[in-house]
Write a protein that binds this ligand. Structure first.
Ligand SMILES: Cc1ncc(COP(=O)(O)O)c(C=O)c1O
Length: 375
């Protein structure tokens, strides 16, 4: 069994993917070819955004967005410590400081009620992460940001396709940034990403930044990066987009199935009633995770931990202000979370196998968590 089975997906979508890629090989416009513009239009439409700026990865999408907002030396950016490193890495690379705020233990996303006390005169932006495929609490975050006249980036690397109160992820704030890393719900066959905005000035700036700051060939209006999406990757994404809605439904069916099978034994994902999740990950909480993971591995079932060490405890981000105990919910989650195989080609039999093995493993460790989801 694979944790994310891209081979099964390719077998299912082979004709469409092959023909889209073949078209690029034949026209030969490998950089900024017509598929890139087609993809951007399609994605803008899907998210009801006025602009989509495709780029070379989710990390570069964050970097481009932060650069476009003018984040730089000595600025502060409020964000979560319970995320993939790219969220804070891009802030730090620009000379700014990630200021961490703890998470809501039910959703694993930023606790919006803790944001305000982290805002200082140096704060330049807020980056909210929509973790595991569920959007962060964007209305409250936007309302606080508006009071302090701060822009908000949604790190939607894991949530393309999800919705918040009926609105699509990626179009919930000043800029939405997503990733097309192969394992993401919409993944290409290499690195890829995109920025979304409804602000025309920001859109133009981001377009320039992703292409060496050029406003026209060899004229560099601002400092930029080589952050373009390859045409071949755009072609793969266009082919996969046709199957995306179906895959979204399948992911949700699989998640509901897992929850029905597992909710008596482990803490299963909590999705706010006004959200739909794209279930980039199906993540549960277990006690004695190492032991559970080993038992599953022995049964041939791969699992993953997203993420074992919160960013404030990572050597790269250590500062005197933060230490063990600074963000108890993030730290508790980091010790307990376990992601199960999740992809649209996971069969019913696969799920039964995963659930049976997990139930057996938790029985053996015999320490079911007693936390009420509604607490
Ligand atoms: C929350 C989050 N932000 C940013 C990224 C970076 O995306 P990429 O790997 O495409 O650079 C990821 C990728 O895993 C992510 O999960």
């Amino acid at each position: 069994m694979e944790f994310i089975d891209l081979r099964r997906q390719y077998a299912r979508l082979k004709t469409a993917i092959d023909s889209r890629m073949q078209a690029v090989l034949e026209h030969g416009q490998f950089i900024m070819g017509p598929e890139v513009a087609e993809l951007e239009q399609t994605l803008a439409k899907r998210t009801a955004s006025s602009d989509c700026i495709s780029c070379s990865s989710g990390t570069d999408a964050l970097l481009i967005a932060l650069m476009a907002l003018g984040v730089g030396y000595d600025d502060e950016v409020v964000t979560t410590p319970f995320t993939f490193v790219a969220t804070a890495e891009t802030i730090a690379l620009l000379g700014a400081k990630p200021v961490f705020v703890d998470i809501d233990p039910r959703t694993y996303n930023l606790d919006p009620h803790l944001i305000e006390e982290a805002i200082t005169r140096r704060t330049k932006a807020i980056v909210a992460v929509s973790l595991y495929g569920q959007c962060a609490e964007m209305d409250i975050i936007n309302e606080i940001a508006a009071r302090y006249r701060l822009p908000v980036i949604e790190d939607a690397a894991q949530s393309f396709g999800a919705s918040y109160k009926g609105c699509p992820s990626c179009n919930l704030s000043t800029i939405g940034c997503t990733s097309f890393f192969p394992a993401k719900p919409l993944g290409c066959y290499g690195d890829g990403g995109a920025c979304f905005t409804n602000d025309n000035t920001l859109a133009n700036r981001m377009r320039q930044i992703r292409n060496h700051g050029q406003d026209r060939r060899y004229h560099h209006a601002v400092k930029g990066i080589n952050g373009r999406l390859d045409t071949l990757q755009a072609a793969v994404l266009l082919a996969k987009l046709d199957a995306f809605d179906q895959e979204f439904s399948t992911r949700n069916r699989i998640a509901a199935n897992y929850t029905a099978l597992l909710s008596d034994a482990v803490i299963t994902p909590y999705i706010e009633p006004y959200n739909t999740s794209v279930f980039a990950q199906y993540t549960v909480q277990v006690e004695d995770r190492t032991c559970v993971q080993e038992q599953l591995r022995a049964e041939g079932i791969p699992t993953a931990v997203h993420y074992p060490v919160p960013l404030h405890l990572q050597p790269a981000f250590v500062t005197p202000e933060y230490g063990q105990g600074s963000f108890p919910h993030a730290e508790a989650a980091a010790n307990r979370v376990l992601s199960l195989p999740m992809h649209p080609d996971l069969t019913e039999a696969d799920q039964q196998r995963v659930a049976a093995a997990l139930l057996e493993a938790t029985k053996k460790t015999s320490k079911h968590l007693g936390i009420e989801l509604s607490a």
